[in-house]
Write a protein that binds this ligand. Structure first.
Ligand SMILES: [Zn+2]
Length: 377
């Protein structure tokens, strides 16, 4: 047999390799061995399993840059594979549920027994979200030295999370972010900053961020977001975008607004990455899944190629793992998503209960994780 799994005739969208067309993909020993243009005149190689993907869209395994999967110990945590491989997502990045002290339990609960690959933004506060959701209110809980030490020994931790909104930092303003940035600079890794209700004011937060740092919840509909009340872009947001700060969706229960996203698109601002901020309390709405969040961006007029890019190679780049994931390059691990474009109508809801009806939408059908074929739920 030439291959273990052969994907035939799928519409392959692989922005990392500028592919958009009909391709065959041969997988052996969990690795993408060969990707080649489909040609009916050529005989197919032999394979233990053949998947006819003619009706499907084939993308690199989807990556969700912002999730919460730390079950039992945090109020948000949801089971990893439920939002991962069962929904077409091969890599999830937990966004600060664990800090340096709770990280070992996090690994045990949510990482080692999962099929989905887990990466992490480590919370700069030592317990992460295990001690409640005001983790930056007490500065003595910040653990820069220990966090840096842990990060050097665990390549699954890709960056540092600091949640910068009033309920989290209380009297501390941007101080926790200063500390997080110091560690991040020393290790040359990005920070992910959650934005929400001030204080700290958004302009203060943005001025601290550098190229490659991520603003999640960038398109929320609350006061004090990237647009002024008159609808013009905050000068600090414009400067941040110019110097390469990343704007990420981070949908969440209350952090994604069609109106804000529409205004941003009108100004030529697209999300660099699409992430869900999915957790127990929002999986049944308004978030549902990464695919459903992608559908919302699609419904607002962003092209399918771009939406795939925002959910595959762009997050991989932020994580500095684009040589491993977010790509269908030959020789990389076979993490692949197979999606069906279904006919609507389907009503989509944002975090402000605004709705939008779409005539077609993506639905994950199969996930291939390290060469293993799994059915989506
Ligand atoms: Zn979050």
């Amino acid at each position: 047999m030439d291959y273990d799994v052969l994907l035939c005739n799928g519409l392959v969208i692989d922005p990392a390799n500028s592919r958009n067309g009909r391709f065959h993909i041969g997988i052996r020993e969990g690795i993408i061995q060969r990707v080649w243009e489909a040609d009916d005149r050529m005989p197919l190689p032999t394979s233990k399993m053949v998947i006819d993907a003619k009706e499907l869209i084939v993308t690199p395994g989807l990556i969700d840059l912002h999730v919460h999967i730390f079950t039992d110990y945090t109020p948000l945590g949801i089971q990893t594979d439920r939002i991962g491989v069962q929904q077409g997502v091969t890599t999830v990045v937990d966004a600060g549920s664990a800090g340096v002290e709770s990280y070992p339990i996090f690994l045990e609960k949510s990482v080692t027994s999962s099929e989905t690959e887990v990466l992490a933004w480590i919370n700069i506060s030592r317990l992460g979200l295990c001690g409640g959701l005001s983790e930056l209110a007490d500065l003595s809980q910040l653990a820069p030295v220990e966090t840096a030490h842990l990060m050097k020994s665990d390549s699954r931790i890709c960056g540092i999370k600091a949640r910068m909104s009033a309920s989290v930092v209380q009297e501390n303003g941007s101080k926790p972010l200063y500390v997080a940035k110091q560690v991040a600079r020393e290790l040359e890794v990005p920070v992910m900053v959650h934005i929400g209700n001030a204080p700290p004011a958004l302009h203060e937060v943005l001025e601290l961020l550098e190229a490659g740092d991520v603003v999640t919840h960038a398109f929320h509909g609350k006061k004090g977001g990237i647009f002024t009340e008159e609808g013009s872009l905050l000068p600090e947001a414009e400067r941040a975008l110019k110097r390469g700060v990343i704007f990420d969706v981070g949908h969440g229960t209350s952090s994604f607004s069609f109106a804000t996203m529409r205004r941003a698109l009108e100004c030529g601002i697209k999300p660099y990455t699409i992430s869900t901020d999915i957790y127990r309390q929002n999986i049944d709405g308004p978030v549902h899944s990464l695919a459903m969040t992608m559908n919302k961006i699609l419904a607002l007029g962003v092209s399918l190629d771009e939406v795939v890019e925002m959910s595959t190679c762009n997050p991989a780049r932020i994580l500095r793992k684009d040589h491993e994931i977010g790509t269908l390059t030959e020789g990389t691990r076979a993490d692949i998503s197979l999606l069906r474009m279904k006919k609507g109508p389907l009503e989509l809801t944002d975090s402000e209960q605004a709705t939008l009806t779409t005539s077609s939408y993506l639905q994950p059908e199969l996930t291939i994780k390290s060469g293993k074929v799994l059915k989506c739920v």
